[in-house]
Ligand binder design. Structure first.
Ligand SMILES: Nc1ncnc2c1ncn2[C@@H]1O[C@H](COP(=O)(O)OP(=O)(O)OP(=O)(O)O)[C@@H](O)[C@H]1O
Ligand SMILES: [Mg+2]
Length: 368
């Protein structure tokens, strides 16, 4: 499979997706999300804990369980063969053959989901037996060894068990399993969070190399924006269930538009590039059981303006850069302040007194 960067048809298109957890207090976990993945592209999804990243990933891969409920939207998969699949409409049987072979996943702490009493070989064979029943034992063996080598593990490990592998190796095995049936899309939800920084970098490089070699598109989820800057072609920033900014990674790095993106960039050390002072972002994401009247980020935003507090921001698209922020909407603002244009998340004064709203408690501010 080759990377088809010249083809504009996305391999995966999420349109207007909303997901609730229908618990005693309804959690509006994902709100009206639009996201596309082109063949061979790595799209990064970043945002703080609880902003809805995993819920979105589970919805796309049809792994949501009650009380989760998709309340609106569509997920469309278009294969290299031109076939189109309405992912949310798949029946159980269709879903079984779709998952792993066309979209596969490596999830948060996936490395702990390897079966402890089955060898790596048997776990890879299980996938082939279920999805490629015509394969002979020798073919399964050869393919399993090849997959391990693809992710940088010697074939001698085929007869190993999970407890004999390091965390990094286990995560690589999970990636090998996700690649087993040559899916066109792979969703990686915090695949390296539990690993040390050096191993994280190695695995990221491996994913990037495999993408170039095998041509799959990847949705790479993490709360660490600096990691995404290393690997992603495009980055979507999620806050309180919504995508608040989406742009090529190079633009997010040098010209972030949303104050939240600027805040995230300031909060993480860059793995490469200039050293700079780091500032934590004050406050926490809002309680998603409480309806949000205006911009969800306003209570934590040093640049919030009047309408931010009661009018929802529209997603404004200019070229391939989209942002949902009142500061870029000519109806409310003559443009973002200079500090934000320079990518700074600037809290005026030492005591954060420039911030609008209550940022001292977890979620009180957003209710104001
Ligand atoms: N089973 C559930 N029942 C009720 N609420 C849930 C459930 N799972 C998640 N939530 C809520 O949905 C929201 C989004 O959660 P989600 O796990 O998607 O966030 P996330 O961005 O992946 O966070 P993290 O970075 O911690 O993995 C959170 O407010 C969370 O508390
Ligand atoms: Mg998550």
């Amino acid at each position: 499979m080759n990377i088809r960067s010249d083809v504009t048809e996305p391999v995966l298109a999420v349109r207007g997706l909303s997901v609730d957890y229908a618990a005693a207090d309804r959690v509006r976990a994902v709100r009206d999300v639009d996201l596309v993945l082109h063949p061979g592209e790595i799209v990064g999804l970043a945002g703080e804990s609880g902003c809805g990243k995993s819920t979105l990933a589970y919805a796309i891969s049809r792994l949501l369980r009650p009380p989760a409920l998709v309340t609106a939207g569509q997920v469309t998969f278009t294969g290299v063969d031109g076939s189109t699949v309405d992912v949310l409409g798949l029946e159980d049987e269709e879903l079984r053959s779709f998952r792993w072979s066309r979209i596969s996943m490596v999830f948060q702490s996936a490395m702990n989901t390897l079966n402890p009493v089955r060898s790596v070989r048997r776990q890879l064979h299980d996938i082939f037996r279920a999805h490629r029943p015509a394969m002979s034992r020798d073919e399964r063996d050869e393919r399993s060894a090849h997959l391990l080598e693809l992710v940088g593990i010697g074939r001698s490990r085929l007869d190993g068990f999970a407890h004999e592998l390091s965390g990094g190796m286990r995560q690589r095995v999970m990636i090998a399993m996700a690649l087993a049936l040559e899916p066109e899309v792979i969703i990686l939800d915090e695949p390296t969070t539990a690993l040390d920084v050096v191993v994280q970098r190695d695995i990221l490089r491996e994913i990037d190399r495999l993408r170039a070699e095998l041509g799959f598109a990847a949705l790479f989820i993490t709360h660490d924006l600096s990691l995404l800057l290393e690997i992603a072609d495009r980055i979507a920033i999620m806050y309180a269930g919504r995508i608040v900014e989406q742009a090529p990674a190079s633009e997010i790095r040098i010209a972030p538009q949303h104050p939240y993106t600027a805040g995230l960039l300031n909060a993480f050390p860059s793995l490469r590039g200039h050293r700079r002072a780091l500032h934590g972002m004050p406050g926490s994401p809002p309680d998603l059981t409480v309806p949000i009247a205006g911009c969800a980020f306003a209570p934590r935003c040093p640049y919030a303006i009047g309408p931010s507090h009661d009018t929802p921001p529209s997603l404004l698209q200019e070229g391939d850069h989209a942002v949902a922020c009142h500061l870029y909407d000519p109806r409310y603002s003559s443009g973002p302040p200079q500090a934000l244009r320079e990518g700074r998340f600037e809290i005026s004064g030492d005591d954060s007194s420039g911030i609008t709203g209550d940022i001292s408690s977890d979620d009180e501010g957003i209710k104001a």
